[in-house]
Design a protein around this ligand. Structure first.
Ligand code: ADP
Ligand code: MG
Length: 308
């Protein structure tokens, strides 16, 4: 039987005695997977990361990292994990090279020995190795931070929102890098507020208001979508959303980029003509209403708003 890389049972965390940041968290991460923690700002992602990386104590519950207890064995756990926290974790006044040297010394690890692991990333930043870390672009900073978090070849790498505020090209590159890290037998736990990135993970936990609302491979969330989803463009989305408040059909609607998404919980043969009649009756101008496959974001919205 394979050992879980991480096992979390009944974890709760409250700040200042009143802010319930985590409520009864239960989850397992398998060795070798890329596991995503996906949820909006304030959901509790960073709190969970800080607990998993032994920087913060839970109020209750049990956490095991490769069978080691996060409270009792925190020193051993720190040896085998790499952590890229959400806030800039490097020394801005040290150069790129000095940052890497510092982390290598701190972990008593040999840069040469582990160069093969970070080489594809290091190649991209080494032309700037004498530049101060604080003067790098957002994407470059993250690549350097990743090198520093990997230089001791951890068994698990934790990345808290590594792509937040990073441009789309660098975001894509970053995910390609994570895939290659996984091939090196390193378990990856990564958080993101970007639902589109969820599909790059083997499994994801959706988290909202300190609670996990589902754990599955991304495709399973999509397959489990209950509604019949349609998209259309409206001439005036604000007026449309106002009118939708009166829609007599059992449906869930929300703006989605430039479009409106509507998930119906109805027999569509009858519902679709009724819906078009309703929009016309309320003087709405819109383009063709098209059925589409849900994204992870649609699944998240359905679970949060339609869990009855
Ligand atoms: P996320 O990383 O998903 O944005 P956080 O774990 O940072 O979520 O925050 C979860 C909740 O806990 C939020 O309501 C946040 O305001 C609160 N919180 C986080 N850190 C602290 C802290 N040090 N003191 C008090 N409240 C906090
Ligand atoms: Mg956070």
């Amino acid at each position: 039987m394979s050992v879980s890389a991480i096992s979390i049972k009944g974890v709760n965390k409250t700040y200042e005695g009143k802010i319930e940041a985590l409520k009864d968290i239960n989850l397992d991460v398998e060795e070798g997977e890329v596991f995503g923690l996906v949820g909006p700002d304030g959901a509790g992602k960073s709190t969970l990361f800080n607990i998993l990386t032994t920087l913060l104590l839970p109020d209750s519950g049990q956490i095991k990292v490769f069978l080691m207890d996060a409270v009792r064995d925190y020193k051993s756990i720190r040896q085998i994990i790499g952590y890229l926290p959400g806030t800039f974790s490097l020394y801005p006044d040290l150069s790129v090279q000095e940052n890497l040297d510092f982390f290598a010394v701190m972990y008593k690890s040999d840069i040469e020995e582990n160069m093969s692991l970070i080489e594809p990333i290091w190649k991209q930043i080494s032309p700037f190795k004498d530049r101060k870390a604080g003067k790098l672009s957002g994407g470059m900073k993250q690549k350097l931070a990743l090198c520093c978090a990997l230089i001791h070849r951890p068994s698990i790498l934790f990345l808290d929102e590594p792509t937040t505020g990073v441009d789309p090209v660098s975001r894509k590159e970053f995910w390609d890098i994570l895939k290659s890290i996984r091939q090196q037998n390193i378990t990856v736990v990564v958080s993101t507020p970007y639902m589109d990135e969820a599909t790059r993970c083997d499994r994801i936990a959706l988290i909202q208001d300190g609670r996990i609302i589902g754990i599955n491979p991304p495709q399973t969330f999509i397959n489990n979508f209950k509604g019949k989803l349609y998209t259309f463009k409206s001439e005036n989305i604000f007026s449309l959303l106002k009118v939708m408040e009166q829609c007599p059909l059992n449906c869930n609607y929300y703006p989605y980029g430039e479009h409106c998404h509507v998930a119906f919980y109805e027999d569509m043969q009858e519902a679709l003509p009724k819906f078009e009649a309703f929009l016309q009756e309320h003087h709405q101008t819109y383009e063709t209403i098209t059925p589409i496959d849900p994204s992870v974001e649609d699944c998240f919205i359905e679970i949060v708003t339609h869990s009855n």
